[in-house]
Design a protein around this ligand. Structure first.
Ligand code: SF4
Length: 219
């Protein structure tokens, strides 16, 4: 969003490590810390440059992925496909090794999630999605050059649609769909989860086609 980046906005884009706003998720986080004290087990911060033109919005940290490693989409299958695709289209450089210290850099792109804390069964409640949207709004406000947003899955799509103040009926979710909102374009993709790829809902080529379009549009 084309607003100035203030320290206030930057701070608001980062929830506290012990963010209490979703009691169910805070409790789930505490249990995960007790079970695996070496894991990250906290709200996962966005990854990438705030000056990027592309923001990718996922659903929420996976238990064994970002919740374990602390970097979005790092450590589980969804990250394998996402980072391979970003590398292929020049939105990342380096080698993805499923670790936050692998040295991978994002190029003109940033990755965030609609919900910052790991939810039970990967299913945040509507109230939790609504509560955590303040951090998505602040993340987008902290990106002065933002033009393109890729929503991974319907929940991320719906949260971005609300953030952009689009009417839901005017911007229905559909893989490959592109919606305009002022200077922003919202690109929809099925989520790159193992379930979606194993069941054929999403093929790597379908996923690539979304990023090929983003790349062509950004020039
Ligand atoms: S999901 Fe978001 S709002 Fe809810 S507790 Fe985590 S960081 Fe806070």
């Amino acid at each position: 969003m084309k607003t100035s980046t203030s320290n206030l906005v930057a701070a608001a884009a980062s929830p506290d490590r012990n963010c209490p706003l979703c009691p169910r998720l805070a409790e789930f986080r505490s249990e995960a810390r007790a079970r695996n004290p070496d894991w990250f087990n906290s709200p996962v911060e966005s990854f990438g440059d705030p000056n990027a033109r592309l923001l990718i919005v996922g659903l929420a940290p996976g238990m064994q992925g970002a919740n374990r490693t602390g970097r979005p989409f790092t450590g589980d299958y969804a990250g394998d496909l996402l980072y391979a695709t970003l590398l292929e289209y020049g939105f990342a450089k380096g080698v993805y090794q499923a670790r936050p210290d692998d040295g991978l850099k994002l190029v003109d792109s940033r990755i965030s999630n609609a919900v910052r804390c790991v939810p039970p069964q990967n299913k945040p409640l509507p109230a939790e999605i609504n509560t955590c949207r303040r951090f998505l709004v602040a993340t987008m406000e902290s990106m002065p050059r933002l033009e393109a947003i890729v929503a991974l899955g319907r929940i991320a799509h719906d949260s971005v649609v609300k953030t952009l103040k689009l009417r839901a009926a005017e911007a229905p979710f559909g893989h490959g769909a592109v919606h305009s909102a002022g200077v922003y374009r919202l690109y929809d993709s099925y989520h790159c989860s193992r379930y979606n790829t194993n069941t054929g809902v999403l093929t790597p080529n379908m996923f690539r086609s979304v990023f090929a379009k983003v790349k062509a549009d950004l020039g």
